[in-house]
Design a protein around this ligand. Structure first.
Ligand SMILES: Cc1cc2nc3c(=O)[nH]c(=O)nc-3n(C[C@H](O)[C@H](O)[C@H](O)COP(=O)(O)O)c2cc1C
Length: 349
């Protein structure tokens, strides 16, 4: 009987898969997907739970006017207003009060671990009030800002002419070679990764573009063997090489950065944009890396939440293994798409 059941298992699994797939096809028509994900599948329930918790945390920080994400976004909007040509005489009327209130409270609170944010906020607000005329619409924000102690920053953190950008002598061919040299590494030396090298690479990743410059993610770096191993076993895409890397970065997205559901994907977009230059920087430092997919599956999320003590709005967007490549380890060739397959000009259909 046992044997019979064992033999029937794969058959049962295939039949079940077929039924699930057929059901999905049926429910993909009309607006039946609403019903499917409401009544038959929990696939998105974790996501919408986290998204709405993120919104609650955002609104709570906003109510207390201690919202670093809102401040980042608004300072970014002020900078866009300042660089506009021609610049409008007055702008930001609908958000300058809350921007100054956030800046003021975060300065007073003194617990912001990102002093760069306060420097940037100060210099941009100072520039805004310098170039816009005194007006009743911005009067209370101006008075509140001017009552605060001025910050002296090493370098002015406000709009500057493009001609003052730092020069770079990296030629196209050098960048192309670096991009070609970077390939996913899955066999590493046991040698530990010096933290100062990792920090240097992160500083490159930190320069990446992000929506409204919010950077709604953090890099949790692990180089303690006792943590690296269990972390490497959670995602699933590491089978056969999970024992190799001496270091792993868990990229954690912060949904509390947003007040609207429509922005929920930015944690993935922004963290991925930051990771690629970080990987290229690792390559320049003699280190190899490999991105590891983190599937949005309840048990995997729960395992990571427990191990890392994640907040209710935090979700792992991906992992990155890091280490000195084993010189004898093989690298998949990974042929890239040809230019013709990858891009088109002015295509409308
Ligand atoms: C989002 C993402 C998820 C990935 N997940 C895994 C993974 O779970 N396991 C793995 O071995 N490689 C993973 N990779 C690495 C890809 O397999 C690899 O980037 C791809 O085959 C191209 O090779 P290259 O990185 O050497 O250019 C992932 C890459 C990306 C961008």
């Amino acid at each position: 009987m046992k044997d019979l059941l064992r033999q029937a298992r794969p058959f049962a699994a295939t039949t079940r898969n077929r039924i699930v797939r057929a059901t999905k096809i049926v429910f993909s028509f009309w607006r039946l997907s609403h019903f499917y994900y409401f009544a038959l599948s929990r696939a998105f329930s974790g996501e919408h739970g986290r998204v709405i918790k993120g919104i609650r945390l955002f609104l709570d920080m906003d109510r207390r006017r201690q919202n670093t994400y809102s401040l980042r976004r608004n300072i970014h909007r002020l900078e866009k207003g300042l660089v506009m040509q021609p610049r409008r005489r007055l702008f930001a009327l609908d958000y300058v009060d809350e921007t100054v209130a956030n800046y003021r409270n975060l300065c007073i609170q003194g617990s912001v671990d990102d002093s760069g944010l306060l420097d940037w906020s100060h210099d941009v607000l100072a520039e805004f009030f310098r170039v816009t005329p005194a007006d009743p619409a911005t009067g209370s924000a101006r008075a509140s800002f001017e009552a605060l102690p001025a910050r002296t920053t090493k370098k002015k953190c406000a709009p500057y002419p493009r001609s003052e950008s730092p020069g770079s002598d990296i030629a196209y061919d050098q960048l192309l070679t670096l991009a070609q040299r970077r390939r996913s590494v899955r066999a590493y030396q046991k040698r530990p990764v010096p933290r100062e090298l990792l920090d240097k690479a992160i500083q490159v990743g930190a320069q990446s573009a992000s929506a409204c410059n919010r950077q709604p993610f953090e890099f949790r770096v692990f180089d303690d063997e006792a943590l690296v191993r269990p972390i490497m076993r959670i995602p699933g895409g590491t089978l056969g090489w999970e024992e190799s890397p001496p270091m792993v970065i868990v990229v954690v997205g912060h949904l509390r950065a947003f007040s609207e559901e429509r922005d929920r994907h930015l944690i993935y977009i922004d963290s991925a944009l930051a990771l690629m230059p970080l990987m290229l920087a690792l390559e320049t430092l003699g280190l190899g890396s490999c991105i590891i997919n983190f599937p949005d599956i309840a048990e995997k999320n729960a395992a990571m939440e427990k191990l890392l003590g994640l907040n209710e709005d935090e979700i792992v967007t991906m992992l990155l293994s890091v280490g000195y490549p084993d010189a004898d380890g093989l690298i998949p060739f990974s042929q890239k798409k040809s230019l013709g397959a990858l891009r088109s000009y002015n295509r409308t259909a």
